[in-house]
Every structure is written in structure tokens, then in C-alpha cells.
Design a protein around this ligand. Structure first.
Ligand code: NAP
Ligand code: ZN
Ligand code: ZN
Length: 348
């Protein structure tokens, strides 16, 4: 098996550091990818610190992977050496359950095989994109449109699809009022995508510090949740509110801002339990729902949509030896808006 190198967390309490491990040789349907860039998602921090429980160590995080195909198995027809490709949050699924057959493999009933902190079908632990290369079955590899730069496209593989999927599912578009809670990695993609889909888009942030950015990213309106007037002013306003916040909270304030039949969709995944009062949904027949990334098919649709509309992430490139500092800055909301690791710094 070829040696791979990357950065791993050895335990929930240890910082990430250099790590060597094995990747399989390419099988018939595998694509071997030289990883050029990998985004840092807040889920990487949750899992490297075992905040959701059940983490597998050593862990090489990273599921916003962008790179170039260096070789292909004999049965691969969709990709060729030199192609710009991406890998998102999962690298396989059962392929036979009702959801897989329907093309909603992100909701595989057996459980999709996560890109890292998961296992291949044979039980081998998966290792993610904070590494020099990855070997992935061609059904789970995405084409990155030629006009998009690899570094700024990398975050589309998780942050992009995680917002695109609920925006489409809940029909964001002309005539709809959408609010995005939290202007971070996911949130800023939500603003760009909601705007591109034609919805009237509002940001609900903790403060007004990012207001100028919000408007530049495509928001029509921007409010601070710390201002008690915000909830009053926006009562009954939105068709759809998507919360990207990864910290537990009471959802009552957002429910009050929904129109009748409106939906509050949670994509942020806090460690702790959030709360809401039943009357928050009873009055006005409102819904609280969740959404998890998107299928491979929808991820390709999102990448093509981004290619057509020239949408990428706003990024700050970081060398891999500064990944622990990047985590600390993300926890302080101190990144505009996604850290992306330049893997050339691993290979140097
Ligand atoms: P991020 O870049 O850290 O952004 C989170 C944003 O939430 C911050 O920028 C901040 O925005 C806001 N925020 C932070 N602390 C807050 C607090 N105490 N109260 C209110 N708002 C706060 O994180 P991310 O990468 O976008 O990920 C966000 C969450 O989504 C994480 O929990 C992650 O695990 C989860 N996630 C879920 C899926 C899925 O499939 N459902 C996929 C990927 C990630 P402001 O500065 O504007 O307030
Ligand atoms: Zn993610
Ligand atoms: Zn399945």
C-alpha cells in the first residue's frame, strides 16, 4: 500500500500533528487524487475534539477536498488524469437501500461511509483531506468546473452543498424571504447561494461587525441578534430561516420571525441540546427541520450551479502547520470566511 502523509489528532485532547498512514492501491473503480487544498469545516473541530461522541483516533480530518486526478483504475470512465475534482463528506454508501436507489445517498439507511472519522465497507478507518492524496470510488468523486479556482472551490464540497440542499428543498427563490443565521463558513455560502437563487436574503448575526461583508456577499438586509429590537422588527417575516450556528440556543426567537407555515431549518450541529416552546410552532403551523449535507447528485448540481454563477468561498489560505491556530481562530469567529489548507505546505 502506498504511504500517505497528513496531519492527525491522536486523541480528543491533543493538537493535530504530522502523521503517516496507508492508503489503498487504486482498485478497478478508484480515482487517485493529489490533494491541493482542503477547507476547514467546524465539523472537523467537533469531531477532532470528540464533541459528538464516538470519534475514531488517530483522526485525519478534512471533507472539503479539491485536487487533481493522478491515476485511475481500469474501470473508470468518468474521470481522466489531470481532471479537477472534489471529494465531500462521504466516500461510499450501501448503494442498494431505498434512499441510495432514489439518489439521496447522503441519507443512506445503512449509513454512508464518511470521508474521515468513518469506516470503509471492509472496516478500514477512513482518513480525510488534511493529507497528500486520497483514493476514492469514482461514484463519489465530483467534477469541479474549470472556471472555479481549486482553493476557493474546496469549501463548496461541504459548506456549499449543506446550504444549497435546504435552499432548494424549501424552494428558496424569487418572492421568498430567507434568513441565514450565523455568517461563518456555512452561512456565507448560504448568503451567496440564496441571493443567486433569487430569494430576498437576510443575515442574522451576533453583531453588526460583519454587516458590510454581508451586503457584499449578496444579503439584502443584515441584523444583530444581540439587539432586542431585531426579533420584534422581524416578527412574521420569513418563509425560511436556516441556522448554521453550532452552539445550543433557544429557537423561540427565530420561530417568531417565521411567517405562517414557515420553516426553521437547522444545519448547525451543537454538542448540547437546544430548546423551543411548543407554542412557537403551534401558533402559525410552523416547522422545525434539519438537513444533512446533500447527495452526490445534488453536490454535482451545486458545483455546476456555482460554475455557472461564478460562486466560490471567501477564503484565507493557511499552511498545514498552522491548523491548530486556525481552529482557535474559527472558535472566535475570526475568519472571513473559510480557512483552506494549502497541501503544498505539507509536501514542501
Ligand atoms: P463557523 O465557520 O464557525 O460558523 C459558525 C457561525 O455561527 C459563526 O461565524 C458565527 O456567526 C455564529 N456563531 C458562533 N458562535 C455563536 C454563538 N455563541 N451564538 C450565536 N451564533 C454564533 O462554522 P461552520 O463551519 O459554518 O459550521 C457551523 C455548524 O454547522 C457546525 O456545528 C458544523 O458542525 C455544522 N455543519 C453541519 C452540516 C450538516 O450537514 N448539517 C455540515 C457542515 C457543518 P456570526 O459571527 O455571524 O454570529
Ligand atoms: Zn463539513
Ligand atoms: Zn444506502
Amino acid at each position: 500500500m502506498p504511504q500517505a502523509s497528513g496531519y492527525a489528532a491522536q486523541s480528543a485532547k491533543s493538537p493535530l500533528g504530522p502523521f503517516s498512514f496507508d492508503r489503498r492501491d487504486a482498485r478497478e473503480h478508484d480515482v487517485v487524487i493529489d490533494i491541493k487544498f482542503c477547507g476547514i469545516c467546524h465539523s472537523d473541530i467537533h469531531q477532532a475534539r470528540d464533541e459528538w461522541g464516538g470519534s475514531i483516533f488517530p483522526m485525519v480530518p478534512g471533507h472539503e477536498i479539491a485536487g487533481i486526478v493522478t491515476s485511475i483504475g481500469s474501470g473508470v470512465t468518468k474521470f481522466k488524469v489531470g481532471d479537477k475534482v472534489g471529494v465531500g463528506c462521504f466516500v461510499d454508501s450501501c448503494r442498494t437501500c431505498a434512499e441510495c436507489v432514489k439518489g439521496e445517498d447522503n441519507y443512506c439507511l445503512v449509513g454512508m461511509n464518511a470521508t474521515y472519522n468513518g469506516r470503509e465497507k471492509d472496516g478500514t478507518p477512513t482518513y480525510g483531506g488534511y493529507s497528500d492524496h486520497i483514493v476514492v470510488d469514482d461514484n463519489y468523486v465530483l467534477n469541479i468546473p474549470d472556471n472555479l479556482p481549486l482553493d476557493a472551490a474546496a469549501p463548496l464540497l461541504c459548506a456549499g452543498i449543506t446550504l444549497y440542499s435546504p435552499l432548494k428543498h424549501w424552494n428558496a427563490g424569487p418572492g421568498k424571504k430567507v434568513a441565514i443565521v450565523g455568517l461563518g463558513g456555512l452561512g456565507h455560502m448560504g448568503v451567496k447561494l440564496s441571493h443567486a437563487l433569487g430569494a430576498h436574503t437576510t443575515v442574522l448575526s451576533q453583531s453588526l461587525k460583519k454587516a458590510d461583508d454581508g451586503k457584499r456577499l449578496g444579503a439584502d438586509e443584515f441584523y444583530a441578534m444581540s439587539d432586542p429590537e431585531t426579533a420584534k422588527k422581524l416578527a412574521g417575516t420569513f418563509d425560511l430561516i436556516i441556522s448554521t450556528v453550532g452552539v445550543a440556543m433557544d429557537y423561540g426567537q427565530f420561530l417568531s420571525m417565521l411567517k405562517k407555515d414557515g420553516s426553521l431549518v437547522l444545519v448547525g450541529a451543537p454538542e448540547d441540546v437546544s430548546t423551543f416552546h411548543s407554542f412557537g410552532v403551534i401558533i402559525g403551523r410552523k416547522s422545525i427541520a434539519g438537513s444533512m449535507i446533500g447527495s452526490i447528485k445534488e453536490t454535482q448540481e451545486m458545483l455546476d450551479f456555482c460554475g455557472k454563477h461564478n460562486i466560490v468561498s471567501d477564503i484565507e489560505i493557511t499552511p498545514i502547520d498552522k491548523v491548530n491556530e486556525a481552529y482557535e481562530r474559527m472558535l472566535k469567529s475570526d475568519v472571513r470566511y473559510r480557512f483552506v489548507i494549502d497541501l503544498a505546505t505539507l509536501k514542501a
